[in-house]
Design a protein around this ligand. Structure first.
Ligand SMILES: NC(=O)c1ccc[n+]([C@@H]2O[C@H](COP(=O)([O-])OP(=O)(O)OC[C@H]3O[C@@H](n4cnc5c(N)ncnc54)[C@H](OP(=O)(O)O)[C@@H]3O)[C@@H](O)[C@H]2O)c1
Length: 285
């Protein structure tokens, strides 16, 4: 998907990106046991071991159908902690709704690891409104707050607005963590029909798609110009923040970090948000 290990970017780029982020105070890192089959956690653990800075680490448990007992979540977290070189994580999330076992079963397992001091907070990911509410209620019975639901949310994927998830998160006090806030790089505006993304992304975003969304990219550019030369990337991230979500853009280089941080410290106006909403509704399927 991302070209890691194929020459696009190296561990040295990732270390430099990590250091640039930490130096700027961006210290929240999201990973998962399945990313690179543990390699993402191992790399992050190595970088954390090399810094004095306090970082906030979120990782995730995958409820594979062959994982059935609550103990298996505990063991998986212990393995993640070993790879990360930590004795606890700040946020432990269920990566996807379970295919086997009930939501309540895995929510109880999340509560177990909070009580064991292995996770400061717990969350879910890719959960629907109903699934999130069930996790919320199960945890609440143990006196634990469901901290977050991590779902895809960006100007080209507004399902959380349409299905009521964003509003339910606000009502329950659950943070909506917006993954792929740049629609996997598409909202940066750097990809065009003549400059398609490489690898698996080319199948997702072909020339026809990039032609269709051009009015949105043009509007992001125009709005950025009206905000002291902000880039489409910065405007797109600012839009998710204005909607009340916490975007977690993926980065490969220190340049990406510096650019994405330019999304902070200012806000789009209500009028601009409405314009973006309208054009995004026109171009997104
Ligand atoms: N819970 C889940 O199921 C789930 C699923 C997916 C992702 N996530 C999480 O969400 C994070 C971010 O999502 P994502 O990586 O899928 O998509 P994203 O944040 O929308 O896009 C990231 C990509 O955009 C490009 N980019 C980022 N900043 C840029 C900048 N300032 N200028 C130019 N290009 C820039 C980079 O790729 P190129 O340079 O190659 O274009 C980067 O890898 C992941 O790291 C992961 O932690 C979670």
């Amino acid at each position: 998907m991302w070209g890691y290990g194929k020459g696009d970017y190296t561990d040295a780029d990732l270390r430099a990106a990590f250091e640039a982020a930490v130096a700027s105070g961006a210290v929240f890192f999201d990973t998962a046991e399945v990313y690179g089959l543990g390699r993402s956690e191992r790399l992050l653990g190595r970088f954390i071991g090399e810094t004095e800075a306090e970082v906030i680490v979120a990782t995730k448990f995958m409820p594979f159908p062959w994982r059935l007992t609550r103990q298996q979540l505990l063991w998986a977290l212990h393995r993640s902690l070993r790879r990360l070189g930590l004795d606890h994580v700040d946020l432990y999330q269920i990566h996807w709704p379970p295919l086997a076992g009930s939501i309540a079963h895995w929510a109880e397992a999340l509560a177990d690891v909070v009580e064991a001091g292995l996770a400061r907070h717990v969350g879910v990911s890719n959960f629907s409104v109903m699934q999130m509410e069930e996790a919320f209620e199960t945890l609440a019975r143990r006196g634990i707050i469901l901290a977050s639901n991590q779902v895809e949310y960006n100007l080209l994927h507004r399902t959380p607005e349409k299905n009521g998830l964003l509003q339910t998160c606000k009502d329950l006090g659950v943070t909506l963590i917006a993954y792929s806030p740049l629609r996997k790089g598409i909202l940066t505006g750097k990809y065009t029909p003549d400059n398609l993304p490489s690898g698996a992304r080319r199948r997702l975003f072909d020339a026809a798609y990039l032609v269709r969304i051009k009015p949105l990219i043009d509007l992001l550019k125009e709005m950025g110009r009206n905000h002291d030369g902000k880039t489409p990337t910065q405007v797109a991230l600012n839009w998710t923040i204005c909607k009340g979500a916490v975007p977690i853009p993926g980065v490969k280089t220190p340049k990406h970090v510096a650019s994405n941080l330019g999304a902070l410290g200012w806000r789009l106006t209500e009028d601009e948000i409405a314009q973006l909403d309208q054009v995004s509704a026109e171009v997104a399927v």
